[in-house]
Design a protein around this ligand. Structure first.
Ligand code: DGL
Length: 270
């Protein structure tokens, strides 16, 4: 039994979609979140920069005595997934549990992956899926415009701009005949209705944040690290820049107002 917080980090506020899933399944756990809002997006940066940022993010969380680290960011999980290898506490990224869930869900063994440019060009999801089953055909598509569309609030299924962009991005995946689609970026669950409309009802969408949260729950349980508290967790949120749109974007990703303290930090000097 362990009442220390779960550390969660992301390139920005998108990772709050994973926090939302954690709060749903583990309401009594405390969360300590870091969103690198000063350096977002990671998804169009080079490998070395993403790795360096991820190392700093993890170091910051470790200074706060967290009992587990969750990399909510699809880009970090794909490009810098060994950032948690040497940690003395459980490390959960979105890549492995999501690939497993998709491999379980697919019947026709054709799986699509969408994410940032860095996620898709890393080929990590492809490698992970083929490790699970070499017979899987993987179709990948970078969807970089989805991130600013979500952050600009263009999230309604009736939103024509988002719909148009989704049609363009997703057409090759529809043509590939996939029956399962990995939403490999923090922001994509927010426009899942649009994605579902475009892909059709026979395609199963796999939400990386949901899978990571479930994997976190399992790991905490296996390691005897679940809290014994009977009351809701206490949360702290840290960002590297407090932008004007913080509260709107955070509420969109979390599904409610940010519950808990908010603090700005300098991630380069922690
Ligand atoms: N959080 C990032 C991801 O899931 C999306 C935003 C970014 O590019 O940093 O890949």
């Amino acid at each position: 039994m362990d009442r220390r917080p779960i550390g969660v980090f992301d390139s920005g506020l998108g990772g709050l979609t994973t926090v939302r899933q954690l709060l749903r399944i583990l309401p009594n756990e405390s969360i300590l979140y870091f969103g690198d809002t000063g350096r977002v997006p990671y998804g169009n940066r080079g490998r070395d920069t993403i790795i360096r940022y991820a190392q700093q993010d993890v170091r910051f969380l470790m200074k706060h005595d967290v009992k587990a680290v969750v990399a909510a960011c699809g880009t970090v999980s794909s490009v810098a997934h060994d950032v948690g290898d040497a940690l003395p506490i459980p490390f959960i990224d979105v890549l492995r549990p999501t690939a497993k869930a998709a491999a379980r869900a697919s019947k026709n063994r054709r799986i699509g992956v969408i994410g940032t440019s860095a996620t898709v060009s890393s080929g990590s999801y492809r490698r992970e899926l083929l490790k699970l089953d070499p017979a899987i055909a993987v179709a990948e598509q970078a969807c970089p415009l989805f991130v600013p569309l979500v952050e600009s609030g263009f999230v309604s299924p009736e939103e024509p701009v988002t719909r148009l962009v989704a049609e363009r991005y997703l057409a090759p995946l529809r043509d590939a005949g996939i029956d399962t689609l990995i939403l490999g970026c923090t922001h994509f669950p927010i426009i899942s209705e649009t994605i579902r409309d475009v892909m059709g009802p026979d395609v199963t969408l796999v939400d990386a944040g949901r899978e990571a949260a479930e994997s976190c729950r399992k790991l905490l349980e296996e390691n005897g690290l679940l809290t014994d508290s009977a009351s809701p967790g206490e949360h702290r949120f840290f960002v590297s820049d407090l932008t004007e749109s913080f509260y709107d974007v955070a509420a969109l990703c979390l599904g409610r107002a940010v519950p808990g303290e908010l603090e700005r930090i300098d991630i380069e000097t922690v």
